[in-house]
Design a protein around this ligand. Structure first.
Ligand code: CIZ
Ligand code: SF4
Length: 355
């Protein structure tokens, strides 16, 4: 649907009034009506770095979800204010790993006698306090672009190291099995709702990857059966998916990678080629619109937007921008200094990774 012209005009006016004091970040999964006002677009990692590269901007309006705004707050200077236009824009995956649960798991691993060999690795899609946990406990943050390098680093930290991978079991499993040659049987799932993670001492002792039982509710919906259907319907189709998809789906895909990889792959694709893409629908639609010379279909029978990403809509953006223009900082996201310092340790280890 086209954006309300009155709201578009108000967003333009507020942006113009704020000028260089304002920097608007737009995640690839945001609505078109919001993306049109983004000064830069990207995945969560690129956006956090883009924000850090604009120390002159007083206000960073983050059109994305809560953990991304936290990361931007951590990576920017203390004088910069990060604003999330709707505080209800969380991430169901990030919410699946709470600090208290992870600390309980860590203690259970000490009781099981394995904690000394475990290196925690958390996906960028986690709350700041989980990143801080990793910083305090010799671990690292990773993104979907550098998960393999981060796992290599983690396994090199200790003899016979095991990795506790948070919070996305699929990214952890797909990277370990498909990129690093770790056997599926060496991956176990830690269920925080069960005592001892629901794992036996033998299972823990034999594991190399301890995968937290979390997943993305959007990418988790893609099914291997739809891949089969689309291959039957469009011979020669290329199936391109995000590594947050289930292992069975990734096994059937031709190419797997981050949102930035997906975008670059489509940009480089030959005219006339046919693609099925398994990632968030706002991005897939935008790619289809931008590449009319290629056939781009969504890898699902149903529409599936990320409902929390979609909470950031034009009315919320206008509300945030108009308040800032009137001198009122609303919905500021701040990470407390102690958490920030520990999270920065884990983020810095990631930034120092080779490649
Ligand atoms: O699934 C997401 O939310 C992704 C891919 C986030 C990001 O940009 O890393
Ligand atoms: Fe979280 Fe998935 Fe939405 Fe990304 S797409 S913000 S991982 S729920």
């Amino acid at each position: 649907a086209a954006s309300d012209p009155d709201l578009v005009e108000r967003a333009r006016a507020a942006k113009a009034a704020l000028g260089d004091r304002l920097f608007v970040l737009g995640h690839h999964y945001q609505r078109d009506e919001v993306i049109q006002f983004a000064d830069v677009t990207g995945d969560s990692f690129k956006l956090a770095r883009d924000a850090a590269a604009r120390p002159d901007a007083e206000f960073i309006v983050f059109c994305g979800v809560h953990f991304m705004a936290e990361s931007a707050d951590i990576l920017t200077s203390p004088t910069q204010r990060v604003v999330l236009p709707d505080l209800a824009a969380g991430c169901s995956m990030a919410d699946m790993a709470r600090l208290r649960q992870v600390e309980d798991a860590w203690e259970a691993m000490a009781d099981a006698g394995i904690q000394d060999s475990v290196v925690p690795v958390t996906y960028m899609n986690s709350s700041a306090d989980i990143k801080a946990f990793c910083g305090r406990n010799g671990g690292v943050v990773c993104t979907s672009s550098n998960a393999e390098v981060a796992l290599d680093w983690a396994f090199a930290q200790k003899p016979d190291a095991k990795v506790l991978f948070l919070p996305d079991q699929h990214l952890g499993r797909n990277t370990a099995v498909l990129q690093m040659g770790i056997a599926l049987e060496e991956c176990v799932v830690w269920d925080p709702r069960q005592p001892g993670g629901g794992l036996t001492a033998e299972e823990l002792a034999g594991a190399r990857m301890i995968l937290w039982k979390g997943h993305c509710s959007v990418h988790g919906r893609f099914s291997e059966h739809v891949v089969d259907e689309l291959r039957a319907k469009h011979p020669g189709i290329n199936v391109l998916v995000h590594p947050e998809c289930k292992h069975e789906v990734v096994l059937k895909a031709d190419l797997v990678g981050s949102t930035e990889f997906i975008i670059k792959t489509i940009e480089a694709a030959e005219p006339g080629t046919v693609w099925a893409i398994g990632t968030e629908l706002n991005l897939v639609k935008r790619l289809a619109d931008a590449h009319p010379d290629k056939t781009i279909v969504f890898l699902d029978r149903n529409v599936c937007y990320c409902s929390t990403m979609n909470r950031i809509d034009l009315p919320h953006l206008v509300w945030a921008l108009e308040n800032l223009a009137a001198g009122q900082v609303v919905n500021q996201i701040t990470v407390d200094p102690e958490t920030e310092a520990d999270a920065l340790v884990a983020l810095q280890r990631m930034l120092d990774l080779p490649g």
